[in-house]
Ligand binder design. Structure first.
Ligand code: ATP
Ligand code: MG
Ligand code: ZN
Length: 457
């Protein structure tokens, strides 16, 4: 076999050089040269050997992907119903958010249930991991633990198909290095090469593989985007310093719906699953002040109730401030414009602040109506009925449009003791059977007319 050689290949133009340089000699782009392993035979060599693959029809009998339950319900939910043998999951998240904690807990549960589980820690010494295991109360679980960063040693340890473990955890992919490359661990070339080798091993041996990935300042998993393509599932572990809860969010999943979330609470003894997130997000609600509206949202396949909080106040500035936490700022600008142009509210001289309580990030367009209600309530100074929830998408004309999953949104609100709901006028028949008292809103002006004292708008 030809000896592996490496070259620096430009990610822009594909030109290659033998030595690294800041600037690509072919196209002049900066910082685009990445070390890659190249065979000794050159790119134009004819393929040798090879045999024709047999082709199969699409409708051949295939069993459903078998699943191993991680025994952590919220993790299974996000993974699409459990871990799939032979698949690879990338878990990204900010430093200190709890990635190692979550995976150590999952490893311990799986190992205790009789699955062979190996945890490679590249970041912490085994003593540190053991200390964490003790704090989490899982030290007795038969997890195979090693502090290892060499790809070759890891692959050797994993062995072949016969004795392959059921679950392999790599914490983290940025610490691994392959001796085929000269670049340092954590570089694009190393991260890519190591991920590729591990994913290939998982596919071949049938182990489920979980890679931990660091997240850069702008929220990307550090390393090449290609790692996200290589794996079957990409999960982000989110949360903020001010809150104890953490959200595990699927952003890509070949074995289940994306956008699914799992909710955990970080405690001294580890991450606890939160079975009913709405209760958590509505926990410390201040029901008497103006500017708060409860939104019945959907996160993946699960309804989640959150409070949208708005503050509208006269601005001392020529250009009033608009600040948003947890929602899209251009969406807020649109709602404000609709309130001005279609409902006659004069907000142009007011500062507007919008916050999603609890630090949740909402992308569901159905939040429009709840946001509008919160804004109008703050503007008028009158509190909304605390037993009422809102959902509905607002169009540029001010019309309130129906959204998905209306029946489950209402059911969740009913379960949590809400009495009434402001909903789009075109409600599906399944949603009409809800026990809540429904107020149909066909146009946003109906809401503002009701909430604004006469003559103020
Ligand atoms: N004794 C403790 N009591 C309560 N919470 C703790 C305790 N020790 C650690 N934690 C929590 O665990 C978090 C660290 O978790 P963990 O090490 O799993 O994060 P990580 O995402 O793996 O971080 P890194 O990016 O550094 O690897 C801390 O931020 C803290 O919230
Ligand atoms: Mg860690
Ligand atoms: Zn180039």
């Amino acid at each position: 076999m030809a000896k592996a050689t490496t070259a620096y290949v430009c990610q822009e133009c594909g030109g290659s050089t033998a030595q690294w340089a800041g600037k690509c000699p072919s196209c002049g782009a900066w910082n685009t040269l990445v070390e890659e392993v190249t065979g000794g035979r050159g790119p134009d060599a004819k393929p040798r050997g090879g045999k024709a693959t047999s082709l199969e029809p699409l409708d051949a009998d295939v069993p459903d992907a078998p699943r191993i339950s991680s025994r952590i319900g919220e993790l299974d939910r996000v993974a699409g119903g459990g871990l799939v043998p032979g698949s690879a999951i990338l878990v990204g998240g900010d430093p200190g958010i709890g990635k190692s904690t979550l995976l150590l807990q999952a490893a311990a549960k799986l190992a205790s249930a009789g699955h062979k589980t190996i945890y490679f820690s590249g970041e912490e010494a085994t003593a540190q991991v053991r200390l964490r295991a003790k704090r989490l109360g899982v030290a007795s679980a038969p997890v195979g633990l090693a502090a290892e960063t060499s790809l070759a040693n890891i692959l050797k340890t994993l062995g072949d198909k016969k004795n392959a473990p059921d679950l392999v955890i790599i914490d983290s992919i940025q610490t691994l290095w392959s001796d085929l490359l000269e670049s340092a661990p954590g570089t694009v070339a190393q991260v890519r090469a190591c991920s590729q080798a591990l994913v290939r091993h998982a596919k071949r041996s049938g182990s489920a593989l979980i890679l931990v990935g660091h997240v850069t300042k702008d929220g990307q998993i550090a390393g090449p985007k290609v790692v996200e393509h290589m794996v079957d599932t990409v999960l982000y572990f989110e949360g903020d310093g001010a809150h104890q809860y953490r959200i595990l969010r699927a952003v890509k999943n070949r074995f289940g719906p994306a956008d699914e979330i799992g909710v955990f609470e970080m405690r001294g003894d580890g991450l606890q699953e939160v079975a009913n997130p709405s209760e958590l997000f509505l926990g410390d609600r201040d029901t008497v002040s103006s500017g708060a509206a409860v939104f019945a949202g959907m996160e993946g396949t699960r309804p989640v109730l959150v409070e949208m909080q708005a503050l509208v106040a006269p601005s001392p500035l020529g250009t009033p401030r608009r600040a948003v936490v947890g929602w899209d700022s251009s969406r807020l600008a649109m709602i404000l414009a609709v309130l001005e142009a279609r409902c006659g509210l004069v907000l142009g001289t007011h500062d507007v602040y919008l916050n999603v309580a609890g630090g949740l990030k909402i992308t569901d367009p159905a939040a429009d109506l709840a946001v509008a209600a919160a804004l109008v309530s703050s503007f008028s100074g009158a509190a909304l009925d605390p037993g009422n929830i809102f959902f509905g998408e607002v169009s540029l004309s001010g019309g309130v449009r129906p959204v998905g999953h209306m029946a489950s949104r209402l059911k969740e609100a009913e379960k949590l003791g809400f009495a009434s709901a402001s909903v789009p006028a075109k409600l599906g028949s399944d949603a009409k059977e809800s026990g809540l008292q429904l107020e149909y809103v066909a146009h946003l002006s109906e809401l503002t007319d009701k909430l604004m004292p006469q003559g103020q708008s």
